[in-house]
Design a protein around this ligand. Structure first.
Ligand code: BG6
Ligand code: MG
Length: 221
């Protein structure tokens, strides 16, 4: 059995932070006189902070000066962090700890591949930092998903060829990034949305140890 690399997205895969992003973006949008719905929030999943604000401004048909834009980014992140600092280990999504523990027991290589610049703070809050052999986040990448950069750097840091890597992702852009990296992609969420993934599960409760064993023994893609 060759050692595999398992790369996890953070937001929407390990923890449900989308609800906190929503509250922070909604407050900011409202201060700008822009309405912002949960459906629009869906479109921001996996999207960088800068691009998210650009999209909200497009929806509200509003332009800002570069200074105002920077202030809005700061304000949104301050509000978001207010929620993040109250997070606890109980917010880890169901069966994520079991899957991580099983992969550790099988001596597999495990990395985080997230667009968030707050990833390390969140992992610390939910006490998962020590589960990852490499952490690649929004501070390490220059190209956003669907560019495969974040996962390719992850594979490199784990010392595992991309073809022996498996990515867990909840966003379409993230699945596309994993596919472009030449990795097996596992969608977490709705099959209708994540149909480009190699496999899709509603959540980690459907990812049995038997299924993980199959991934461990699969030939490189
Ligand atoms: C992604 C989230 O993981 O990170 C996006 O799905 C978010 O919603 C992006 O905008 C950037 O996160 P942050 O924490 O750097 O603002
Ligand atoms: Mg995500």
């Amino acid at each position: 059995m060759t050692k595999k690399g398992f790369l996890f997205d953070l937001d929407g895969v390990i923890v449900d932070t989308a609800k906190y992003h929503f509250l922070a973006w909604q407050r900011l949008a409202s201060s700008l006189g822009i309405s912002f719905t949960e459906a629009q929030n869906e479109e921001l999943k996996g999207v960088s902070r800068v691009r998210s604000l650009e999209k909200i401004l497009e929806w509200g048909n509003k332009t800002l000066t570069p200074e105002e834009f920077a202030q809005c980014m700061e304000q949104k992140n301050r509000d978001y962090l207010h929620y993040v600092y109250q997070m606890e280990a109980s917010e880890i999504l169901p069966d994520v700890p079991r899957v991580l523990a099983y992969l550790q027991q099988q001596q597999q290589a495990i990395a985080l591949g997230s667009a968030s610049k707050n990833a390390r703070i969140i992992l610390d809050r939910v006490q998962l930092t020590d589960q990852f052999h490499a952490i690649i986040d929004g501070t390490n990448v220059t190209k956003a998903k669907p560019d495969p950069e974040v996962f390719l750097i992850g594979a490199q840091q784990l010392g595992i060829p991309p073809a022996d890597c498996i990515v867990f992702e909840d966003s379409v852009a993230g699945i596309q990034a994993a596919n472009l990296a030449g990795m097996i992609s596992i969608g977490i969420g709705d099959h209708a949305i994540l149909h480009e993934a190699t496999h899709v599960f509603q959540d980690f409760t459907g990812i049995t140890n038997t299924f993980l064993d199959q991934l461990l023994h699969a030939a490189a893609v």
